[in-house]
Design a protein around this ligand. Structure first.
Ligand SMILES: [Zn+2]
Length: 380
């Protein structure tokens, strides 16, 4: 006959085992994903962390599925927020997301390309029964603070000219203007999007859509010219690849910042980690399959490949990834300034400008279908 004391002892053993297991899980995640280069164990105590509990506003795929009735549509119950990365339009040049090779080409603006992808993904996911919220619908920022509101901050960040004359003052004025715009439509915009996701939309998952670009290549050397003297030139590159990003890879300095540590702890403990891993892998593999491209590679210690079985997925400590509390994945398929992708984007923009029927291999349709199939594989 089982005695009460036996049961209680067993209960304590199981509970302690779970707690230990969870601290070990945390330690493993720290070493492989969150702070692999940071000697984290002198900054973070995983035993203390493992005992904390954090609230969450989002549901896991299992929770959504368990509430789904048999005769409903395949994604019923799922609420997804889609972020068309950047802004585009008149802001694109200040974002550094606006280029052409020939003057007569269609301008390549990342913010506008991914907005169309987000709108097309929304249509398909709505058909499948999901609720979908887009962070923006046009080429304007959602940050209510305009560039002028950042002028004082910009002035603290930019050195005043040493000599005062018309030219140096004009340059200083341009530098202040550009920095204020950047603070408003890039840094401030990302902070505002994260705030809106956490406080207003509160979706089950958040997907940020981008198209990657490579640094412009170095110019060709003329005879006798030193390589150091060469500037970057607007010439298409050969490399073309795809990757997706989830939160991780904090440096020791980042992990030591109280604010970043608080954000990290919240995200770590609310369970985003496991869902992000699944969604990131699924979206990354869908993009690889659709595009036929290889996974990108990072060099250096600002990113880590966290799963050997999913080389397409990298962990990085970007503000958006760190501050959004629900599972968040940022997509970086294609290299916009590669020979292959630039011509595909030009064809896509030409078809839209002339109202021609979109071909089956349209790059934005390919991107759209990959995102939809990556979401379905996790939540259907
Ligand atoms: Zn981007």
């Amino acid at each position: 006959m089982v005695r009460l004391w036996m049961l209680c002892w067993l209960l304590v053993a199981v509970v302690s085992l779970r707690a230990e297991h969870s601290a070990a899980d945390l330690a493993y995640a720290m070493s492989t994903r969150y702070a692999p280069y940071a000697n984290w164990d002198s900054v973070v105590d995983v035993d203390v962390l493992a005992r904390q509990r954090v609230e969450r506003y989002w549901q896991t795929a299992e929770e959504i599925r368990s509430e789904r009735k048999v005769d409903t549509r395949p994604l019923t119950g799922l609420h997804i927020a889609l972020d068309p990365g950047h802004v585009g339009g008149r802001w694109a040049k200040y974002e550094g997301r606006d280029f052409v090779i020939e003057d007569s080409d269609y301008r390549v603006r990342e913010g506008e390309l991914v907005l169309e992808v987000a709108q097309r993904v929304r249509s398909q996911l709505l058909e499948l029964g999901a609720e979908v919220t887009l962070l923006r619908e046009g080429a304007e920022p959602i940050n209510p603070k305009p560039p002028l509101a950042y002028l004082e901050l910009a002035a603290r960040q930019i050195a005043r000219p040493k000599e005062l004359n018309f030219e140096t003052l004009l340059d200083y004025g341009y530098a202040l203007r550009d920095r204020s715009i950047h603070l408003s439509v890039v840094t401030g915009e990302i902070a505002e999007r994260a705030r809106v996701v956490n406080e207003v939309i509160q979706p089950d998952a958040f997907i940020s859509l981008h198209i990657n670009a490579a640094p412009w290549p170095l110019g060709d050397a003329k005879p006798g010219e030193q390589a150091m003297a060469l500037g970057r030139v607007k010439r298409l590159v050969k490399s073309n690849h795809v990757h997706v990003l989830v939160f991780g890879c904090m440096s020791r300095r980042e992990l030591s910042s109280p604010r970043q540590q608080e954000q990290f702890v919240k995200k770590f403990l609310n369970g985003s980690a496991a869902m992000e891993h699944r969604l990131g892998r699924s979206l990354g593999e869908a993009l690889i399959e659709a595009s036929g491209l290889n996974a990108s590679s990072y060099e250096g210690e600002n990113a880590i490949r966290m799963d050997v079985e999913a080389p397409v997925m990298w962990a990085r400590n970007l503000m958006l990834l760190r501050t959004v509390e629900c599972p968040t994945v940022l997509l970086e398929p294609y290299v916009a300034n590669s020979e292959a992708v630039y011509s595909r984007i030009q064809s896509a923009l030409h078809a839209r400008a002339t109202g021609a029927k979109l071909p089956d291999n349209d790059i934005l349709l390919e991107y759209t279908d990959a995102v939809v199939s990556g979401v379905r594989a996790v939540y259907e």
